[in-house]
Design a protein around this ligand. Structure first.
Ligand code: ATP
Ligand code: MG
Length: 363
C-alpha cells in the first residue's frame, strides 16, 4: 500500500473536475477506467475518437493488462517524485522555499550618515581637537554634521562653550536610560550631543544592560537620516564607551601624536578593533591614521611619521596636523579653529583632512 504525504493528499483534493474524470481510478488505485462511474457517463467519449478519423489508421489497442501496468508505473513514478522524504519532515527543502524567497534587489544608496569615531586609548593625542575641527570642516563643505561627546571629561562639550557640569541631560541618559539622542543635542557652531561628568559612571551603569555594547548604535537610528556625518569623540581608554562608539561606526580615524611612544598603543587598538569587527560590527574600518602635533623641524617627528608610513602604508593620511598654538586657544573661546581664525594655517590643516576623507569616500 502506498502512503501519500499530506501535501500529496491536498494536491489530490485540489485537482480539477476534468482531471478527476480522467484519472480518479489511477490515482487512488480503485477500479479500472471501464468500470469507473465517470466512464459510464454518456458524454465522455473515448479520447481515441477525437484523435483519429478512420479505424484503419488507429493503432491496435494495447491489451488491458498492459495499459493498466503502464498507468500504474506512471502513477508510481509521480508519487515517488512527490512523496515526502525524511528531510522534508525535518526542515523545508530549498524547493519548498523557492516560492517564498524574495528576489534580490540591487543595493540602493541610502541617506544614512557616515559614522566616524576618533579613537586612541592614549591621552592627549588630539582626538577632541580633531573631532571638532574635522566636523566643522565637513560642515563648511556643505555637509550636515553631528558631533557626539562620549568622553566624561566633556572637553568637546566645553569646546563649544557648554559647561558639562550644568547640562541637564547628556549622553549618560541616552546610553543608560535610553533617552532619545535628539533631546541632548545642542545647536552651536555645530550640532553636538553633549557629555556631562556623570558619563564617567555610564560604563558601570551599563554593565548589566543587555546589548550594552549597542546602546549608541541603537540611539543613532533616530538621527542617522538627518546627518551626512556623525563624528564621535571617545575617551582615552578602550572601555565600554569606546566599544559603543566603534560598534556604532563604519569608520575610525586614529589620531597619533608624532612621537615614538605614541605609536606603541596602536597594536592594542588594532586588536580591539579586530575583536569588534569579529563580534559586534563587521563594517567598521580604519579610515586613516592621522599624524598630529607634527613639527617638521624636529628629526624625531619626521622619523615618527616614517615609522608610521612603513608600518601602515596607505592607511596614513597624507594630511599632516602641524603644531600650532591656535589649537589650544580656540577652545577657550568655545569655538573650532576654523571659526576662531578662519584664515589661519591651523584651520587649513583640517580643511585638507576633510577633503581627503571626502575624496576617499567618493572613490
Ligand atoms: N596640532 C596641535 N598643535 C598644538 N596643540 C595641539 C594640537 N592639537 C591639539 N593640541 C592641544 O593638545 C591638547 C590635547 O588635545 P586634545 O584634547 O584634542 O587631545 P585628546 O586626545 O582628546 O585628549 P584626551 O585623551 O585627554 O581626551 C589640548 O590642549 C589641545 O589644545
Ligand atoms: Mg579628548
Amino acid at each position: 500500500m502506498r502512503i501519500l504525504s499530506r501535501k500529496n493528499h491536498a494536491r489530490r483534493n485540489s485537482v480539477s473536475e476534468e482531471e478527476k474524470d480522467g484519472h480518479d481510478d489511477v490515482d487512488f488505485g480503485t477500479a479500472p477506467a471501464a468500470t469507473s462511474p465517470s466512464a459510464a457517463r454518456p458524454a465522455a467519449a473515448p479520447p481515441e475518437a477525437t484523435v483519429t478519423d478512420t479505424p484503419e489508421k488507429t493503432a491496435p489497442a494495447p491489451p488491458v493488462e498492459d495499459e493498466l501496468a503502464r498507468v500504474e508505473e506512471e502513477a508510481a513514478a509521480e508519487q515517488s517524485e512527490i512523496r515526502m522524504k525524511a528531510s522534508d519532515l525535518l526542515a523545508p527543502t530549498k524547493r519548498d522555499l523557492e516560492s517564498h524567497i524574495k528576489p534580490i534587489t540591487p543595493e540602493v544608496p541610502t541617506d544614512r550618515a557616515d559614522v566616524i569615531s576618533f579613537a586612541n586609548q592614549k591621552g592627549g593625542v588630539a582626538k577632541t581637537t580633531s573631532t571638532l575641527n574635522m566636523a566643522v570642516a565637513l560642515a563648511e563643505l556643505g555637509n550636515r554634521v553631528l558631533c557626539i561627546d562620549l568622553d566624561p571629561q566633556g572637553n568637546l562639550t566645553m569646546s563649544q562653550g557648554i559647561d558639562p557640569d550644568k547640562v541637564e541631560f547628556s549622553m549618560y541618559d541616552v546610553l543608560v536610560n535610553d533617552m532619545p539622542i535628539s533631546e541632548v543635542i545642542s545647536h552651536r557652531e555645530i550640532d553636538i550631543a553633549v557629555a556631562s561628568l556623570d558619563l564617567a559612571g555610564a560604563e558601570i551603569a551599563m554593565s548589566t544592560k543587555i546589548g550594552r555594547e549597542r546602546s549608541l548604535e541603537k540611539a543613532l537610528k533616530e538621527v542617522d537620516n538627518d546627518y551626512d556625518y556623525i563624528c564621535i569623540d571617545t575617551p582615552p581608554s578602550l572601555g565600554l564607551l569606546t566599544i559603543n562608539a566603534l560598534t556604532a561606526s563604519n569608520k575610525v580615524i586614529i589620531p597619533v601624536q608624532c612621537e615614538y611612544l605614541s605609536m606603541r598603543g596602536l597594536v592594542q587598538l588594532q586588536s580591539t578593533l579586530k575583536m569588534i569587527q569579529e563580534n559586534l560590527n563587521p563594517n567598521v574600518q580604519i579610515e586613516g591614521i592621522l599624524p598630529t602635533m607634527f613639527d617638521s623641524r624636529t628629526l624625531h617627528a619626521r622619523e615618527a611619521v616614517s615609522i608610521l608610513e612603513e608600518n601602515f602604508g596607505d592607511l596614513v593620511f597624507k594630511s599632516r596636523i602641524r603644531k600650532a598654538v591656535k589649537f589650544a586657544e580656540a577652545p577657550v573661546r568655545g569655538a573650532s579653529v576654523l571659526k576662531y581664525d578662519p584664515e589661519s594655517r591651523a584651520a587649513s590643516y583640517y580643511r585638507n583632512l576633510a577633503k581627503e576623507v571626502l575624496k576617499d569616500g567618493s572613490s
